[in-house]
Design a protein around this ligand. Sequence first.
Ligand SMILES: Nc1ncnc2c1ncn2[C@@H]1O[C@H](COP(=O)(O)OP(=O)(O)OP(=O)(O)O)[C@@H](O)[C@H]1O
Length: 261
Amino acid sequence: MAAIEIKNLWKEYGQDVVLERLNAKVEEGEFVTVVGASGCGKTTFLKMMLGTESPTRGQLLLDGKPIPDEPDETRGIVFQRYSVLPHLTAVENVMLAGELESSRWLGRVFGGKRRALREQAEEMLASVGLDQALGKYPHELSGGMQQRLALAQALIKKPRILLLDEPFGALDPGIRRDMHELVLDLWRKQDLTVFMITHDLAEGFFLGTRMWVFDKERLDPQTPGSYGARITYDLPVGNSDKGTLQSITQSVDSTARVLGA
Ligand SMILES: Nc1ncnc2c1ncn2[C@@H]1O[C@H](COP(=O)(O)OP(=O)(O)OP(=O)(O)O)[C@@H](O)[C@H]1O
């Protein structure tokens, strides 16, 4: 059985169809990169994976059961600009992410549990290269370091699935390359299944084992919300030729022109 199964999935907001008829199976350990025009529903899909949005039709299954409809320890998420508490240090921010999970009602843990959590948070920060920044506050960290902190927060609960919504979009190219290495390392070492949205096709090709293109097959320029996006390409990346890359770029650009009009 595939770890994740998407069966005839739809998402509509009122009259607007955002996603329609998505079908796919994803095995444990795949790294799926998701590209597509702005506004065609990539984040909406990730939110359904996280459980903060529900499908309007169809099913999203994890191990054959509907994916939990609220965030839990199975899934971690990193956004392009992350939100941490500015008055907490790096290690405290990571501990908080672990605390909220292990003590749902109080939101705090004490004594031996707290010491264990601190150790875990320190290890997690070391694994993302922030061992020298445990006591730093978010405003003392660079953009790349802040995204490392966001990764540590997402991973403290040992999720099976890591959801990344353009996590490196705001970073300089050099820093991005370091982050690529880090994310590939975490993916391999922690046996993660990753879904990562990117606007950068080359990044999608480089990082993924599989790339999905979200695009509208049917597009009415007068009412772009009449039809939803689908997975128009599902490619094992690494094996794709330049022509494919070009035709994806053309179709995504023409949808982007209509949606951005
Ligand atoms: N809560 C909501 N209520 C109504 N419409 C929404 C809601 N959330 C998203 N949408 C609409 O759904 C569509 C898809 O949005 P989404 O953010 O998923 O696109 P995206 O592909 O991730 O875009 P981007 O690449 O710019 O982040 C947009 O038209 C957006 O306005």
